[in-house]
Ligand binder design. Structure first.
Ligand code: AHR
Length: 325
């Protein structure tokens, strides 16, 4: 019932700092000894999801014998671009990165292509028209995640006659998950005019921002029925704001989030969140497999979609103890 990608499951090094882990001596794809060096430009450490994703990549590199050069961009595109340029200069065998935002990657991706270094997108997409700038994109279908959130809401309020007032905490502005989760959700609830998104603002995928924005929502909107947060962390921050305002999260205000990290699942099991759409961060093992293939020059699928599920409060109680992240 609960489908899942196979996987293993930290770190947050300062921007542009580079660390190595895993075996092998690294070097260019032409080193001849089969060893692979990967430059991985991570978004940051903004959420529980991201911490689990970093750990998955680092552990998987170690297990696969891939030398990993890791950088944390602290949610800034310019830091990611600098990291990618540094990997090009170091002549790594393959570059993988999770783009902070969708736009503005063509120049640096062209530099990697000219240097004959294959690029793998993980987790988030870019909007480059030229898809030859990267070999494959491994990650979730964020539009589908938004749709699943909307479908639960439509079902939950199927008998309601009054308007349903929704507030939305968006992820990082311009990022693929924020754009797509918003679009998928809007598509589903848009079919019934009783669903009204009365406020929608970014919480940058962080707990602190989620709390701050929810406090502002509560001040200006006395009749909020539903919160749709693009990730668990913002939802958890919002729960603090809701409780601070004397309301009961999960009852006075129904909450839907995305990710299904442990803290989110705990809040779901405790009845403070009503529904979570899973987004798996355990991309490391598949990333290492794809990296080995592209370095060897083998064909790989242009898109590898992560398998994911959804959780109700009852389901969260059943699986909580076995969650890996
Ligand atoms: O790109 C995946 C998103 O980024 C996760 O849903 C969110 O928690 C993270 O920060």
């Amino acid at each position: 019932m609960f489908k899942r990608i196979s996987a293993l499951v930290l770190a947050g090094l300062t921007a542009m700092s580079v660390a190595s882990c895993g075996g092998g001596s690294g070097g260019s794809g032409g080193s001849g000894d089969g060893s692979i060096t990967m430059g991985f430009a991570q978004v940051g450490a903004e959420s529980g999801w991201r911490t689990a994703n970093t750990k998955s990549v680092q552990d998987s590199a170690k297990n696969a014998g891939v030398t990993l050069k890791f950088s944390d961009a602290q949610q800034k595109q310019e830091n990611q671009i600098k990291a990618i340029r540094s990997y090009i200069q170091q002549k790594v065998d393959v570059i993988a990165f999770s783009p902070v935002v969708e736009s503005g990657w063509d120049t640096v991706l062209k530099e990697a292509k000219d240097a004959k270094i294959p690029v793998i997108l993980t987790d988030r997409a870019v909007d480059s028209k030229d898809t030859s700038l990267y070999k494959t994109f491994l990650g979730s279908d964020f539009v589908e995640e938004g749709k699943k959130a909307g479908q639960w809401l439509v079902q939950e309020y199927k008998d309601a006659k009054d308007p349903v007032n929704i507030v939305e905490l968006q992820g990082t502005t311009g990022s693929a998950p924020a754009n797509d989760r918003k679009a998928g959700f809007a598509q589903v609830i848009g079919a019934d005019p009783k669903f009204k998104v009365i406020a929608s603002q970014t919480g940058d995928f962080t707990r602190a921002k989620g709390k701050e924005v929810m406090e502002a929502f509560l001040k200006s909107n006395p009749d909020i029925d539903v919160l749709y947060a693009h990730n668990d962390d913002m939802g958890l921050g919002a729960i603090e704001a809701i409780e601070g305002a004397g309301k009961v999260p999960g009852k006075d205000i129904k909450i839907i989030t995305v990710d299904a990290v442990k803290d989110g699942m705990q809040a779901l099991a405790d009845g403070k969140i009503n529904y979570i759409v899973e987004c798996s961060p355990l991309l490391g093992p598949q990333l290492m497999d794809l990296a080995k293939k592209v370095v060897k020059g083998e064909q790989v699928p242009a898109r590898v979609v992560t398998e994911e599920t959804t959780f109700t409060q009852e389901q969260a109680k059943q699986v909580l103890s076995s969650r890996q992240y």
